[in-house]
Design a protein around this ligand. Structure first.
Ligand SMILES: Cc1cc2nc3c(=O)[nH]c(=O)nc-3n(C[C@H](O)[C@H](O)[C@H](O)COP(=O)(O)OP(=O)(O)OC[C@H]3O[C@@H](n4cnc5c(N)ncnc54)[C@H](O)[C@@H]3O)c2cc1C
Length: 336
């Protein structure tokens, strides 16, 4: 995909991207997820959190060293915020970066990191000033092979299995100050705000992709499977459920494209992005559950693809801010 220019399509052409708008990015994510949610996840991180902070806040040198090769697929990136004791409450991370001359000494451990087992570099979130909860965080680019930076276990997941997820450890890992993203200490979370908003739109698009795959498989199956002398697609309860799936997919698309359009207009849409993420990731759960039900016993067998859609979609209400966290964000944005 890197060779063909399809890996990180959102970046400007001068860096090797395709310079597409957010609506195009949504459709691209839908199509990737329609075929393989796991592969799509790895690509989403590569084109998102593993490169965007460098594109937006990095130096030209960092862009040359990391962004350009990442867009070409020559370097694989990871983004490491989550820790064993810090998930939704990301401000409680324990990873520390202590200044020592021209270097920072990083210590901490990260888990659930997409692309970690195969990454050439990771963007690591660490406190430079732990006194300032949330605000005293910085992002550092850490190269694979840096002494003190090690890859832990590759984690075995329920779904999205074609994407590699793992642990990363930092033990007295010396990183030159030029590897910090941004010029001053602190403000790392603020650097992520926009990316997280875009990430929520991407998760809505991912849900549409898996929902579409499940819907298409269900329509095919319902037309082929004969019981009581006729295809099950002729039974009203099955027809109604399939009609509802099609309707929900259309609603998911309309709202997600609205958020994409708002982002393309440069408008802040924290509330809308969270609403799209919450609505689409929860709605796809219903769609994949109904798809499996309509497949009957065959749906529960590994040889039919519908079980994979069900396993893959299950992740979506958990990552990039759980459904509960999306509720909190929406309520906060509503001012209540
Ligand atoms: C496959 C996979 C890939 C991932 N990739 C990455 C990655 O590349 N980089 C990275 O940094 N992280 C990654 N993550 C981590 C992911 O972002 C976290 O799992 C997620 O933020 C949730 O954190 P947690 O798992 O610690 O759950 P917790 O935060 O412990 O939450 C447990 C439960 O409590 C609920 N909860 C927590 N706080 C509240 C609250 N205030 N009110 C109500 N309910 C609450 C949650 O909604 C959830 O239901 C990945 C995770 C997975 C599973």
């Amino acid at each position: 995909m890197g060779e063909l220019g399809y890996l990180c399509i959102g970046y400007p052409e001068e860096y090797g991207g395709a310079g597409v708008d957010k609506i195009t990015e949504c459709i691209y994510m839908e199509e990737l997820n329609r075929i393989s949610a796991g592969i799509a996840s790895a690509i989403m991180v590569q084109g998102g959190l593993a490169t965007n902070p460098i594109f937006t806040f990095g130096t030209e040198e960092q862009k040359e060293r990391y962004l350009v090769p990442a867009i070409k697929g020559e370097k694989i990136g990871a983004f490491a915020l989550t820790e064993p004791d810090a998930g939704s409450d990301a401000a409680s991370i324990k990873t520390r970066a202590v200044r020592d001359g021209d270097y920072y000494i990083l210590n901490g451990s990260k888990t659930f990191i997409t692309n970690a087992p195969i990454c050439d570099y990771a963007i690591v979130a660490a406190y430079t000033n732990p006194e300032k909860r949330g605000e005293g965080i910085n992002l550092f680019i850490v190269d694979d092979g840096t002494p003190g930076f090690t890859k832990g276990r590759k984690l075995s997941k329920v779904g999205n299995r074609s994407q590699e997820t793992g642990e990363l450890f930092l033990e007295d890992c010396r990183v030159h100050k030029s590897q910090m993203i941004g010029e001053k200490e602190g403000g790392g979370f603020a650097q992520l705000e926009h990316d997280l908003m875009v990430g929520r739109m991407i998760y809505a698009a991912r849900s549409i992709g898996v929902a579409t795959a499940a819907y298409e498989a269900t329509v095919r199956y319902a037309k082929e499977r004969v019981q009581f002398g006729r295809p099950i697609s002729r039974f009203q309860s099955i027809r109604f459920r399939i009609a509802e799936m099609a309707m929900l997919i259309e609603v998911m698309k309309s709202y997600t494209y609205k958020v994409a359009w708002l982002l393309d207009q440069g408008k802040k849409c924290m509330k809308e992005a969270s609403m799209a993420k919450l609505f689409c990731t929860e709605t796809v759960q219903k769609i994949v559950t109904d798809a499996m039900q309509i497949h009957g016993g065959y749906g529960y067998m590994m040889e039919y693809p519908v079980q994979r859609y069900w396993r893959d979609a299950r992740l979506y209400t958990i990552t990039e801010g759980t459904s509960e966290i999306q509720h909190l964000i929406i309520a906060r944005e509503l001012g209540i």
